[in-house]
Design a protein around this ligand. Sequence first.
Ligand code: DGJ
Length: 746
Amino acid sequence: MSIIYHEKSKTFHLYNDSMSYIMTVLKNGHMGQLYCGKRIHDREDFSYLLEMCVRPMGSYVYDADRLFSLDYLKQEYPVYGSTDYHEPAVEVLQGNGSRISDFCYRSFSISDGKPTLAGLPATYTEEDSEAQTLTITLEDEVTGLLLHLMYTIFTHSSAIARSVCISNGGKETVHLTRVMSLSLDLPDDKYEWIQFSGAWARERHVKTRRLEEGTVSIGSMRGHSSHEHNPFLVLKRPTADEHQGEALGLSFIYSGNFLMQAEVDCHHMTRVLAGIHPDCFDWKLEPGESFQTPEAVLVYSSNGMNAMSQTFHHLYRKRLAHGYWRDRVRPILINNWEATYFDFTEERLVSIAEKAKECGVELFVLDDGWFGQRCSDRAGLGDWIANPDRLSGGITGLADRIEALGMKFGLWFEPEMVNKNSDLYRAHPDWILSTPNRSESHGRYQYVLDFSRPEVVDCIYQMMAKILREAKVSYVKWDMNRSITECYSSALPADRQGEVFHRYILGVYSLYERLTSEFPHVLFESCASGGGRFDPGMLYYAPQCWTSDDSDAVERLKIQYGTSFCYPISSMGTHVSVAPNHQVFRNTPLHTRANVAYFGTFGYELDLNKLSEEEILQVKEQIAFMKKYREVLQYGTFYRLVSPFEGNETIWMAVSEDRRTAIVGWYRVMNVVNAYYERVRLEGLDPQLCYRNSLSGTLHYGDELMNLGLITTDVTAGEVLGGMKPCTDYDSRIYVLEAADGQAGL
Ligand code: DGJ
């Protein structure tokens, strides 16, 4: 049992070994929030936590009672305008123009496991014992609307998944103009807010600020989760860090427009909201219809942010991602994009694949440019038929040639887009999102197909499925290279245009669902101009995502570090690319490019034929290394040790499940002369085991490495004596620590 209900006090206590979440039914029937934090003892009644007080200028619910105000009481799913003046969780526009509602408790049910959310990606359970789900039903008598608040607490993860289903049991049609997935009132504001923001090619940089009175928010109105803000945030106590202290992580399993915010009021209460962005959202709900929100996941850690991230990693790796590839190490791939861009011939592709095969690469991926009239970004999107001038035997012929080399074959698609110069657009000009009598903006000369229309999704499905059925395709890269503008569907009436953004994403999910069900062995990698849709919604269908279009090793330190706060290492697409790099024109050494890419799915994105013999030898060693250690790197427990946002160095590590192998990545951007003596305390090792350091050859107990630390000082700390290799800018090292049985430490 992980959910207790106390009948007398109408109190719900959700708990597992690490956290407690406590709610009660308030006197007016609304749901009150009492506690979210470290696991505490249960008691029959926590109502002493209810804040009943008189405040000048307060508004009160009951006559002759100046204590009960929704402005002070912490709530679970608040509405605005009936004594609460904060931003609400739900807003319903009714026929008479009112937006006031009054959702009162009616009933609850508890079930083992976790129900699926129709049409939406969500966490899941495989055994009923893995979680319990509480559904609380509230009713607004005037409209007859029923609100079902769903809470799943996981038995072995310090996590609660929340979503809301609203159904119209009344006689009147209403418009939902805001239905957040999660609302959480916290009793104080002593938090630092951490968001993961940036732009194309510098996604998910860590930005921290102290909460203050007022509202801080992140969100997207682009139709995809976006490069600019990731649907993830952390609230941590100011004294907490990676290794200790309280942190709350909040992640939204959705790939479209979102809003996440914290509002601190003048009495220092903090209200956190997460859900579909209410701007441009207006869902018409007719009698008998229901609306299901996407899911939000709340993770609580009393042991710092590494523990919080590890909870997300485990949950998302095991109970969000699913299917054949979920638990499998990922193939080492070579992608032709940065090697050729649009300028390729079949023979050039095969020659890249041949060299890659010689080096040990397992999968060749053909990127953009193989279909329709796609010889530049101005034409062809939407025509998912191979261009015979480029590929004489079509995709089938090329895939056969790659397979004959002993490699798997992967293919790029951008299913949601169309160029006006395409057969698809010429046949169906009304299939794009476009507002009548307004200009049609483009992005990269492309337009967004109206995926709110099932017939559009079906047409794309037919074209893609034909290729996947006919050719030996083992991997699909699903790209998405522009944000939505002039969002309007010609298939929907005026009063349903506020549904288009959400219906669009539901269309994307439905296509993913069809393709991943029909082709369960195909590995899907999501991508949106790099990291423009690196979100948990995508992770449900595609267990890996191209992390960023910036493949420079130094830039990637920050991007991958930031990404790791929520997303597992196995989900990060990481490639070794050419130097000078194509995004920042930086020359980084080949070993550093690989040392960064090891912490991800790993692959190459360059023409290996252009490397020197010495470099090819290095590539072969890198691939052999990755094959040996990818299980630890991709599925081990990941720790952030030193942040690239705080200085010149980055250090992170992965530890195998049995703690017998650990891999430490050490990276330094600029070389340092006459440097300090430096060591870093490692994490997650077995204190009793003795580990051999692959670089020094010395033996050290786990407790030494975790308390004294691993010495990272190098020759630049003093003079470079004969035989020592001098360090350079952009240097890095990988330390492999392996348990050496029967050995005593030195
Ligand atoms: C953007 C992606 O992020 C790149 O990797 C590449 O696939 C291009 N699109 C192709 O157009």
